[in-house]
Design a protein around this ligand. Sequence first.
Ligand SMILES: [Zn+2]
Length: 111
Amino acid sequence: MAKVKLEFDDSTFTLFRARHTLLQSARPRYYHGRDIAKVLRKKQKGRCPLCGESFGRRPVQVDHKRTVKSFASDLSLSLDEAVRRCTARSNFRLVHAKCNQARNRRKRASQ
Ligand SMILES: [Zn+2]
C-alpha cells in the first residue's frame, strides 16, 4: 500500500484537494481477496480497451474509467457516494501502461 502524504496549509487545502487525496488513497487492490488486475484481465479477455491488442507480457495499469479528478470536483456527490462510485469494480479497467501514458499526454496537451 502506497503511503499518502497529507500536508495541508490554509493556502493549498481546498475541498477539491481533500477529496482528491481521499479518493486516490481509497483505490482498492483486491476484490473479495482476488487481485483486481487479474480479475480485470480475465473479464476483458486479455485485451487492452485503448488499443484493442492483447496484453501479452507488456506492463499494465489499472485505470479509472471515470477519473479521480472528475469525482473529486463533482460536488453534487457526497464524499461517501464519490468514494463508492470511484472504487466500484465497474469503474476500473486494465490497460497497457504505455497506452495509458500516451492517452494522458494527449489529454494534458489538449487542456
Ligand atoms: Zn493498449
